[in-house]
Design a protein around this ligand. Structure first.
Ligand code: FE
Ligand code: ZN
Length: 258
């Protein structure tokens, strides 16, 4: 299985997983990069996974319809063209993989994520999480139709995934997220090293994703709401108390205007 990040628009990634014959894609906001990747590699698209209803994640569905792939997506997001509607606990079986569905509301009210824990042959494999716009490297999604409490709970849940989990987010927002993270935690030494690493990747036009959950737990302030420096920065930016919920809410609001 090869995992690819297909760039789309200015900062989206359409994730592709393939075994040399069959491919799946996640959140095809645009059909063109998917069609091109399939053509270049001689692959057949057999499955599409969608995380939420925003146009930059579903805009390519119509253009891929003629390929007759199975289209999976969230139950409650009103998305047209799904062949299977999913929610927490559902499992998509594809090419020997079990792809688990997690409800991760917040960015949108019905946002789901997809988790692959094991390789089809049970060989050594780092888990893959397709998290859409819930968790980004160094940051998290904005609130649209979900609530602050939902987003906090969803991120708290994703944080429990194994450290080796490859976090496949849908946007290349890493460098700007890290500028904010540094404002929150100026003394976090892991941040500077990761920032240099990501700057070098972007200078070569390479994706900073997927990151690992282990690294996100070290650098992403939205996953660090109990760290003393994060708490104190949040308290200086409107957190009503030092609870993780209040710290998270203050960070999310602060980031909106950063
Ligand atoms: Fe979105
Ligand atoms: Zn998006």
């Amino acid at each position: 299985m090869e995992l690819l990040a297909l760039p789309a628009f200015t900062d989206n990634y359409i994730w592709m997983l393939h075994n040399g014959r069959h491919a799946l894609v996640v959140d095809p906001g645009d059909a063109a990069p998917v069609l091109e990747a399939l053509r270049q590699r001689g692959l057949t698209l057999t499955a599409i996974l969608v995380t939420h209803h925003h146009p930059d994640h579903i805009g390519g569905l119509a253009g891929l319809q003629s390929l007759h792939a199975t289209v999976y997506g969230p139950l409650n997001e009103g998305i047209e063209g799904l062949t299977h509607k999913l929610q927490e606990g559902d499992v998509v079986h594809w090419e020997g993989l079990d792809i688990k569905v997690l409800d991760v509301p917040g960015h949108t009210a019905g946002h789901i994520a997809y988790l692959i824990e094991h390789a089809p042959d049970q060989h050594a494999f780092d888990p893959i999480a397709f998290v859409g716009d819930t968790l980004f490297s160094g940051g998290c999604g904005r609130l649209f139709d979900g609530t602050m409490a939902q987003l906090h709970a969803s991120l708290t849940r994703l944080k429990q995934l194994p450290g080796a989990t490859r976090v496949c987010a849908a946007h290349e927002y890493t460098l700007s997220n890290l500028r904010f993270a540094k404002a929150v935690e100026p003394n976090n030494l892991d941040l500077g090293a990761y920032q240099s690493h990501c700057e070098a990747l972007r200078a070569q036009a390479l994706p900073t994703l997927p990151g690992t959950m282990r690294n996100e737990k070290a650098v992403n302030p939205f996953l660090r709401c109990t760290e003393p420096e994060v708490v104190s920065s949040a308290l200086q930016h409107g957190a009503k108390d030092a609870s993780p919920e209040a710290v998270f809410a203050a960070l999310r609001l602060w980031k909106n205007t950063f």
